[in-house]
Design a protein around this ligand. Structure first.
Ligand SMILES: Cc1cc2nc3c(=O)[nH]c(=O)nc-3n(C[C@H](O)[C@H](O)[C@H](O)COP(=O)(O)OP(=O)(O)OC[C@H]3O[C@@H](n4cnc5c(N)ncnc54)[C@H](O)[C@@H]3O)c2cc1C
Length: 475
């Protein structure tokens, strides 16, 4: 399996087949007479949404995606007669922007809302965790701690004023609220799982956002949680979004990306590709921030420093195709520190195995720093390191259950949200006329996710189109 510059594994050529999107370097041949030409760099959900909106606003749009298929982190590849995401994906009911987009582009009926099924792996066993009663049964914690966890959760569900959480770390706030023992076994374990060596630097805003999202994801407190999924995978959204953008006149290029972005003497930008130079009026970069810093060596120093001041956690995700179910839980958080992965996400306990020809699919997830050995270890070695621990999840597990295995890596998986993050977010306007940034580091106070990429794509298109039309800047 090859790995791209950001450390992201590219599944072999099969990806092209799965998504029904054009093969590398295909062009939409529609002639365009539009005056203003905008380049979009990156064909994830943000870039595709921005391309659609800019084209709808009358701009000529060319999007370049370096990977061989569109969709970025949400992209799916073909398995068992259908497709599955490289990185597990679902939606919350609070994800309104992506739901509205799905309706608009004609795939609203493909969005299913299915019951979630969450569990916790601690002290060597699975504890279901789907509501207050399950919380009271968490036998690996003393009853006093279970009650504290419940009370703190209810309290956080009611807080609306998140600004007060900008100045305190989640570790400090939660440790104080829960006591060290309960913190270490519950929310502390989750913070360590998501942020590795940064776990005690993350602001409480991030944690509040997670709790709040899940609360607003229930239609009523009595109803169990339902999560959203596109029947046929997130490629259903990606393909329809790409097609709608093309229908609006956008050109979407895959398998290519700029080497450099250079300001032109008389305004506008040159997109420097291996195959030639394309002159445009404006550029929207939707890649991770280090890519922008590399593409534009002459960024204003203050802006460059802002970009450099933000860090991302990386992710390694192994996906197993199994003959048997591993457990009956969809989303299993792992609290036992000696397991090498921190999440077990069994897709076929969310989407029925019948959708996958009866096969079972399980993701083994770990967020880590890019200098962690798992980030560069050969795929087979990583699977070898993980497999013995699957017996802990299900003592009957046997290696013979594994029919296929894949490993996917993403260098810029999760922006790290330190204290006072609101002041550290780089502006969409980079300080160089006509050059814009729209990426996951600018999603706040919510945690990054496809819904917020849609929102970001909508917002950046409005900003760029407004600037090009000479409208006064709104901040
Ligand atoms: C493990 C994991 C699980 C997740 N689970 C969920 C979930 O359950 N629900 C959810 O909503 N979200 C989830 N997300 C997050 C979600 O996928 C992302 O937040 C979202 O897809 C980001 O979209 P984006 O377009 O901003 O960025 P990306 O998807 O990263 O897109 C950026 C694109 O830029 C391209 N690129 C980079 N450099 C260049 C270059 N030089 N030239 C051209 N192109 C370039 C990249 O190839 C990429 O396609 C998950 C993410 C991960 C890693």
């Amino acid at each position: 399996m090859s790995r791209n510059e950001e450390g992201k594994a590219e599944p072999q050529a099969t990806l092209r087949v799965a998504s029904g999107i054009p093969s590398p370097m295909t062009h939409d041949s529609r002639p365009t007479t539009r005056a203003t030409h905008v380049a979009v760099i990156g064909g994830g959900i943000t870039g595709l949404t921005a391309a659609l909106r800019l084209a709808q606003r009358g701009c000529r749009v060319t999007l370049w995606e370096r990977g061989e298929s569109l969709g970025g982190q949400a992209n799916a590849f073909p398995v068992a007669g259908t497709a599955i995401e490289r990185f597990y994906h679902h939606l919350f009911q609070s994800d309104r922007d992506i739901v509205a987009l799905a309706e608009e582009i004609g795939i609203g009926d493909r969005l299913l809302w299915l019951p979630s099924n969450v569990g916790y792996f601690a002290d060597g066993r699975i504890w279901p965790l789907n509501g207050a009663l399950d919380l009271l049964r968490l036998g690996f914690l003393p009853m006093k701690d279970r009650l504290r966890v419940g009370l703190v959760t209810v309290y956080l569900q009611r807080v609306r004023d998140w600004k007060r959480f900008e100045a305190v770390t989640a570790a400090a706030w939660l440790r104080r609220a829960l006591g060290s023992r309960a913190y270490d076994r519950t929310f502390g374990a989750q913070l360590r799982a998501k942020f590795g060596r940064y776990h005690d630097q993350v602001a409480m805003v991030w944690f509040w956002g997670k709790i709040w999202l899940r609360t607003t994801s229930r239609r009523s407190p009595l109803e169990g949680e339902r999560l959203g999924y596109f029947q046929g995978s997130f490629n259903v959204l990606i393909d329809a979004l790409a097609q709608t953008a093309r229908d609006a006149g956008a050109e979407l290029m895959t398998g290519d990306g700029p080497r450099e972005l250079k300001p032109r003497d008389r305004g506008g930008w040159n997109v420097v590709l291996d195959s030639g130079v394309v002159a445009v009026d404006a550029v929207v970069v939707t890649t991770p921030s280090p890519v922008l810093a590399r593409l534009v060596p002459d960024l204003p120093e203050a802006y460059r420093q802002k970009l450099g001041g933000l860090e991302y956690e990386a992710a390694v995700v192994a996906l197993l195709q199994l003959t048997h179910p591993l457990s009956d839980i969809y989303w299993l958080n792992v609290a036992d520190d000696d397991l090498p992965f921190t999440g077990v996400i069994e897709q076929t306990n969310f989407i029925p195995p019948e959708e996958y020809g009866g096969k079972r699919f399980v993701y083994l997830s770990k967020y880590l720093e890019p200098d962690h050995p798992y980030f560069t270890m050969p795929d087979e070695k990583l699977i070898d390191a993980y497999v013995p621990f699957l017996k802990r999840i299900n003592p009957e597990f046997s290696r013979s259950w594994i029919e296929q295995a894949w490993v996917f890596r993403e260098r810029s998986a999760q922006p790290i949200i330190p204290l006072h993050y609101g002041e550290r977010i780089p502006d969409h306007r980079t300080g160089l006329p006509g050059l814009y940034l729209a990426n996951t580091t600018q999603i706040y106070p919510e945690d990054r996710g496809t819904n917020y990429s849609v929102r970001l794509g909508n917002q950046i298109a409005e900003i760029v189109a407004g600037d090009l039309a000479g409208e006064p800047a709104r901040t």
